[in-house]
Write a protein that binds this ligand. Structure first.
Ligand code: SF4
Length: 478
């Protein structure tokens, strides 16, 4: 397995309208959104006449320097960081996607996953469209190109009701920035004020870095049009029940962000407190699997009265380091990233908090490291319910039978992980932490998918159908 303890967020987007030096600010904002995608990054700018796009594979800091950012002239810009779910990891699929159309140049940046993109693509290819990427986002560009509507925003209002799934979408023409969130509102998108104009971004931490102020979310099913310092709002003609991704609060978003109108820090801390009430442990200390679980661990410590200790240190400087097969056997993939602090854990009963467990292979190795460092007992507490189903709405997930909780009981997982006890936060507890539980998608915990994906090409996703009896996957050994 690759060294991935988590599911991966797909993308982050940012857009600036009527702001001098928009591309420079967009590159700064992309630094703040880097956690949402580390495979490629790109920016398109507009000077009112011409769109210019620069994108590459790699990290924002390695792609955008003073020289190439200065070439992206104009007061409008959209930026994108990507990790692929739909479409392979290749520069052709990097975004923004810029094309020429009968309305002039258009550029698009998308966070999400369109569940009926394969069908739409086949339909358009049959009638002559030639696709140049394998990304689902290109389907929207082809539909835009085919629309006879004169204004881009009218074309989007015409075509988006045909698209199913998750999209937080930015579309830029030479003098307009359009931001749309799908009617379910799966992925986040918020609006900020920058001097006398506006910015939009996946998370509000992108506003903080450029000195913009968070105003509000783009509502599910809302289209925002920004131009000449003005903001206008229109509605897509489709209304659906709101289904914001609860995993944004569990793991994907940064704790210093506002997401879906709530502070991620507050929701995460509350989930730790509720977990502490639901599943206290006879122990000496609480620690987090850093960094994503720090806030929940602080909440757990507060609720239980146990001291919070920095018992596990994460190496922040590890990239995609090459690890030989022989090293993998010796758990090097985990050791290179995490190291227990012997002086803290030796002889202690430790409660370890993590936000989620996907396959369980990394956690098993972490527990082994903690015990080797002298921990007398390791009690694992997970600040979300067992993940039993994959995501189809813009998150990269393994197939269902690779999710340990899809086919194994908590008792079996406890034995496999070699922990002294294991408890997950209840679904009710997570929804209570999030506030208004009715607003959220929780399909990865329940299999209750709010948008059908029956039309997906089952040859490409053979094991991902909800409701299909899956084979019990044997638990992997070290
Ligand atoms: S299935 Fe899970 S990860 Fe996907 S949108 Fe729903 S809550 Fe988020």
């Amino acid at each position: 397995m690759s060294f991935t303890r988590h599911w991966r967020e797909e993308c982050g987007v940012v857009g600036l309208a009527s702001i001098p030096g928009a591309a420079e600010l967009a590159s700064l904002a992309l630094h703040a959104l880097q956690h949402r995608g580390q495979e490629s990054a790109g920016i398109t700018s507009s000077d009112g006449h011409r769109l210019r796009t620069y994108k590459k594979m790699g990290l924002v800091a390695d792609i955008f320097d003073e020289e190439n950012t200065k070439k992206l002239q104009g007061d409008y810009a959209i930026g994108h960081v990507r990790y692929s779910t739909s479409g392979s990891s290749h520069i052709l699929n990097a975004q923004p996607l810029q094309v020429a159309s009968h309305r002039g140049a258009i550029s698009l940046a998308h966070n999400g996953n369109l569940v009926n993109a394969p069908e739409l693509r086949v339909e358009m290819e049959a009638s002559g469209s030639i696709f140049s990427t394998t990304s689902d986002s290109e389907v929207i560009l082809h539909m835009l190109a085919r629309s006879r509507a004169i204004a881009c925003e009218d074309a989007l209002l015409e075509l988006l009701p045909r698209i199913k799934g998750a999209y937080s979408l930015l579309v830029m023409t030479r003098d307009r920035l359009i931001a749309v969130r799908d009617p379910h509102g799966f992925r986040p998108l918020c609006i900020g004020r920058y001097k006398d104009s506006y910015v939009v971004a996946s998370e509000s931490c992108a506003f903080d870095i450029i000195g913009a102020q968070y105003l509000r979310d783009v509502e599910p099913g809302e289209m925002i049009v920004l131009g000449d310092g003005e903001l206008s709002s229109r509605r897509l003609g489709v209304q659906e029940k709101e289904n914001c991704c609860i995993f944004e609060h569990v793991y994907f978003s940064r704790p210093d962000s506002q997401v879906f109108g709530s502070s991620v820090e507050t929701v995460r801390r509350r989930s730790g407190e509720i977990l502490g009430r639901e599943a206290p442990a006879e122990a000496d200390l609480v620690c987090a699997v850093p960094d994503s679980s720090n806030t929940a661990a602080l909440g757990y410590a507060k609720a239980t009265g146990l001291p919070f200790e920095l018992a596990l240190i994460r190496n922040h400087y590890v990239g995609r380091t090459f690890i030989s097969p022989a090293q993998k056997v010796r758990d090097m993939s985990v050791r290179i990233k995490f190291n227990p602090v012997k002086e803290v854990v030796e002889g202690k009963r430790v409660v370890m908090i993590d936000d989620s467990v996907v396959r369980g292979t990394t956690m098993r190795k972490l527990v082994k490291l903690m015990k080797a460092a002298g921990a007398k007992e390791v009690h694992l507490r997970i600040a979300s319910p067992p993940v039993t189903h994959p995501c189809f709405y813009g998150i990269d997930t393994p197939v269902r039978n690779e999710l340990i909780a899809s086919s194994h009981t908590v008792e079996e997982i406890t034995t496999y992980l070699r922990v002294d006890s294991l408890h997950y936060l209840s679904r009710d507890g997570l929804l209570e932490a999030a506030g208004d539980g009715d607003r959220y998608c929780d399909a990865c915990f329940t299999g209750n998918y709010p948008v059908s994906f029956a039309a997906l090409d089952q040859t490409e996703f053979p094991q991902q159908s909800a409701g299909v009896n899956i084979q019990v996957k044997p638990l992997p050994s070290d």
